[in-house]
Ligand binder design. Structure first.
Ligand code: HEM
Length: 535
């Protein structure tokens, strides 16, 4: 392990770290064993005996060594580090770890690809996960983001559909080049809210050169709340100090063949060599009263906030300075959750975020074997935690006393709720009104303005890469009807784009669509006028 600074998380992990050097070999019951090579037999050449507890224990433990891989983001690599805030953010949030210039907080970051299995190659064309756990004095805060600032879908109810379409097709489980198969393109063509994300996905952003050279984004709009109860909309950015770099597709293919572990090796080696990856934290902040002053809905996760309109304020730096000791104990067992927040950070009604708030604990209950995965060393907060939860698989805490419920008059051993003034979390009191409906706001209906904005911001070289990526990936889609649907869809983004793809794939060039993206979306303006009138 390199540069093991004794921050609070390291001190905590030290209690669990074990070095077996020069130790006697024992069973799990502590019994010293004189032999570990030969099973107990009836006669040297005879059958093994059932009473061989050492053989049984060793094999049984081995039989149960694997746990389910994550249903998405299965392939990942992680490191420890530290976050330091440059200036007090108290005007915006009461979050203690952001409250004082120079304050340092231990972090654990896991980078990942999304679609591939645990053993897949690093250089796939895919979104990269960028999940950060801040071990703050007020509890764990998780910023569970990606390296692309928008997402495929607007409502979490579609996430299982998206992932079913993206993963290897179920009948043969052959992982074709990411995003290349028919089901993926069929999903895209039938769910046009994917347009903006697909533009990023087929750009060089989806083949980053290194985890050290990619941005991270919280994607959703979150809420900051300050000591006075005033709230702000906020988007989170990580900006790599080394800058953003990608490989080209040909390099990605070669690297994946030559060294499928290229990105994890790159991160591990850099940290071992003292070239610590650094990322600055950036914030985009919008005042609550400006919620309806944009051409997009601030709750729509398929939209960025253009940096010209809402500048990114750089507020701190994260340095990854310590490799893991044990992949399973740390990288595999870490449990991130966008719902792990601290006072001063809250949610918004983004319907993608809302579904995520359910999904992570639910999946971790099965992945990590029951309700006590918060006790696993990597997941423990560095501050104390106490409540009336008890028992369950793998429970380690030995709670004392007779009573494990609130409220009671019997016990002096149960914890007491904490007032907001003393650091108790209080949810932001947003006013909510409306009919119960299964619906999408019309302010979420513009799928192409920002997709075109992205295309128009590209250099010619980058545009050619996007055309090539579309041609390669869509070229793997066997259904001509789906190819044509996709071309028709992306002619809403750029006629040059679809012309390039059509020529490469020998398809008819779709008719040019006359769309003026310099004007704001009419549906959105209508929706915003209505919402303002309602407010
Ligand atoms: C991992 C669900 C959207 C970023 C996961 C996992 C699930 C999941 C079940 C596996 C967690 C585990 O086993 O520990 C969902 C659902 C989504 C959604 C239901 C939409 C409704 C997103 C979005 C982002 C994202 C929009 C980025 C902003 C991640 C990351 C991981 C992850 C980075 C890997 C965490 C790690 O390294 O352990 N997601 N996800 N997800 N998700 Fe999502």
């Amino acid at each position: 392990m390199s540069n093991q600074e004794q921050n609070k998380k390291n001190q905590q992990l030290d209690q669990f770290r074990v070095n077996d050097k020069d130790k006697s070999l024992t069973t799990n019951q502590g019994l010293k064993m004189n032999e570990d090579e030969f099973s107990l037999k009836a006669g040297e050449r005879g059958p093994s005996l059932l009473e061989d507890f050492h053989l049984r224990e060793k094999i049984t433990h081995f039989d149960h060594e694997r746990i389910p891989e994550r249903v998405v983001h299965a392939r990942g690599f992680a490191a420890h580090g530290e976050f330091e805030v440059y200036e007090s953010l108290a005007p915006y949030t009461k979050a203690n770890f952001l409250g004082e210039a120079g304050k340092k907080t231990p972090v654990f970051v896991r980078f990942s690809t999304v679609a591939g299995s645990r053993g897949s190659g690093d250089m796939a064309r895919d979104v990269r996960g960028f999940a950060t756990k801040f071990y703050t004095d007020e509890g764990n805060y998780d910023l569970v983001g990606n390296n692309i600032p928008v997402f495929f879908i607007q409502d979490g109810i579609k996430f299982p559909d998206l992932i079913h379409a993206v993963k290897p097709e179920p009948h043969n489980e052959i992982p074709q080049a990411q995003s290349a198969h028919d089901t993926f393109w069929d999903f895209v063509a039938n769910n046009q809210e994917t347009a903006h994300m697909i533009m990023w996905h087929l750009s060089d952003r989806a083949i980053p050169r290194s985890f050290r050279m990619m941005e991270g984004f919280g994607v959703h709009t979150f809420r900051f709340v300050n000591e006075e109860g005033q709230a702000f909309f906020v988007k989170f950015h990580w900006k790599p100090v080394l800058g953003v770099h990608s490989v080209i597709w040909d390099e990605a293919l070669k690297l994946n063949g030559n060294d499928p572990d290229f990105q994890r090796r790159d991160l591990y080696d850099a940290i071992e060599n003292g070239q610590y990856p650094e990322y600055e934290l950036g914030l985009q902040i919008i005042k609550e009263e400006d919620e309806f002053n944009f051409d997009f809905d601030v709750l729509d996760p398929t939209k960025i906030w253009p940096e010209e309109d809402v500048p990114v304020k750089i507020v701190g730096k994260m340095t990854l300075n310590q490799n893991i000791d044990n992949y399973f104990a740390e990288t595999e067992q870490v449990a991130f959750h966008p719902g792990h927040v601290v006072p001063g950070i809250d949610f918004t009604n983004d319907p993608l975020l809302q579904a995520r708030l359910f999904s992570y604990t639910d999946t971790q209950l099965i992945r990590l074997g029951g309700p006590n995965f918060h006790e696993i060393p990597i997941n423990r907060p560095v501050c104390p935690f106490h409540n009336n939860q008890r028992d369950g698989y793998g429970r380690q805490t030995i709670n004392s006393g007779q009573v494990s419920y609130h409220k009671n008059s019997l016990a002096d051993n149960t914890p007491t709720p904490v007032s907001e003034e003393n650091g108790g979390y209080k949810h932001y009191q947003e006013k909510v009104e409306g009919k119960k409906v299964r619906a999408r706001s019309i302010s979420f209906e513009d799928h192409f303005t920002q997709a075109a904005l992205f295309w128009n911001s590209m250099s010619d070289v980058e545009k050619n890469h996007i055309i090539d990526a579309f041609s390669f990936e869509l070229g793997k889609c066997k259904e001509v009807a789906i190819r044509e649907q996709v071309l028709d869809m992306f002619s809403n983004v750029s006629h040059d784009l679809v012309t390039g793809i059509a020529e490469n794939l020998g398809l008819a060039i779709p008719k040019k669509k006359e769309i003026d993206y310099t004007k704001s979306s009419p549906a959105l303006s209508q929706a915003n006028t209505k919402k303002k009138a309602d407010t």
